[in-house]
Design a protein around this ligand. Structure first.
Ligand code: ADP
Ligand code: F6P
Length: 332
């Protein structure tokens, strides 16, 4: 193996830059040539390649987003699109590829390994932390801290006005971010897609809380919550807005809704995200040097290793019920 390429794909995540830096500098340390690919899989199809040296990744460890830029590329989901990508990589003499991204991006890694001789490995990077086979995906710690900062600030105003606040977090279909930020932020209620609830029971418990002397009620709701609401179309698809309206209707209490949105994806990566990204980037290059393919770097039981791509994308990451129960006990 002489030359490897690196790209970032799907939703950006804080920590992608330290991962790119680690891939590039580890590869150069092992005397490999490194090619940066811009705009994710789209860059493979459009040959958006550039040679990288140690200086190409200088001064990026602290920056959010991704210097390689990211994209969601429909053409790469087609066989025709992928064939163009394989040809471009062959023309450039690229032997292997590191893909930094979420579950969709890892499906792309699986296809490359199945359909071409190019060896591809994945590094899990998404604020959602929704992949199996790894306890950690790059970006989740920064996103959690961003949510926590927002929750702290909202708590101040919620207490001053003795109000109920519904705060909607990202996470796609996963409740991980809402659960962890809810535990860390001391939210009264954590509503996630993995655990059934009725809006009525939440409203009743809010009233009971105020009757017991609580000065506010903070509800963290994951964007993936759908089932308890008959129809979200009137609420722009937002379970937070729906929950806020139902609480207002059934309790008559002043209730405000904050949808945190994309601010959860930005910001300088935390120390934890930088450290794990640096370790995962190096591991990805070492996996390729060992001649492996179709692997995702993972973080399990406090150590960096790897698993097969199939295992990382096929199984659904379950919510940790011990943590959910603890958050419920502590919030009473
Ligand atoms: P994320 O990687 O953050 O989950 P997406 O699900 O949007 O983001 O996936 C990112 C990109 O990965 C897609 O735009 C597409 O280019 C590629 N991709 C997703 N699913 C597949 C698939 N089944 N086959 C090939 N490529 C895929
Ligand atoms: O996967 C990361 C994520 O931020 C999800 O939490 C969210 O559902 C989605 O991406 C939003 O995607 P977009 O940036 O395309 O609106």
């Amino acid at each position: 193996m002489k030359k490897i390429a690196v790209l970032t794909s799907g939703g950006d995540a804080p920590g992608m830059n330290p991962a790119i830096r680690s891939v590039a500098r580890t590869a150069i340390f092992y005397n490999l040539e490194v090619v940066g690919v811009k705009h994710g899989y789209e860059g493979l199809i459009n040959k958006d390649f550039f040679p990288m040296n140690r200086g190409s990744v200088a001064d990026i460890i602290q920056r959010g987003g991704t210097v390689l830029l990211s994209a969601r590329c429909e053409e790469f989901k087609t066989e025709e699109g992928r064939k163009k990508a394989y040809k471009n990589m062959r023309d450039e003499n690229i032997d292997a590829l590191v893909v930094i991204g979420g579950d969709g991006s890892l499906r792309g890694v699986q296809k490359i390994n199945q359909e071409s001789e190019i060896r591809a490995v994945g590094i899990p990077a998404t604020i959602d932390n929704d992949l199996s086979c790894t306890d950690y995906t790059i970006g989740v710690d920064t996103a959690m801290n961003t949510i926590l900062d927002a929750v702290n600030k909202i708590r101040d105003t919620a207490t001053s006005h003795e109000r109920t606040f519904v705060i909607e977090c990202m996470g796609r279909d996963s409740g991980y971010l809402a659960l962890m930020a809810g535990l860390a932020g001391g939210a009264e209620f954590i509503l996630v897609p993995e655990i059934d609830f009725t809006p009525q029971e939440v409203s009743e418990r809010i009233v009971q809380g105020f009757e017991r002397g609580k000065l506010h009620s903070l509800i963290l709701i994951a964007e993936g919550v759908k089932a308890p609401f008959a129809d979200l179309t009137g609420y722009n698809g937002s379970p937070g807005l729906a929950m806020g309206e139902l609480i207002r209707e059934s309790t008559g209490m002043e209730t405000r809704v904050t949808i945190l949105g994309h601010l959860q994806r930005g910001g300088s990566p935390t120390a934890t995200d930088r450290i794990i990204a640096s370790r995962m980037g190096a591991e990805a290059v070492e996996i390729l040097i060992e001649g492996e393919r179709n692997k995702m770097v993972n973080y399990k039981d406090n150590s960096i290793g790897s698993c097969s791509i199939e295992d990382s994308i096929e199984k659904v990451q379950q919510i940790d019920m011990d943590i959910y129960n603890l958050a419920s006990i502590l919030s009473m």
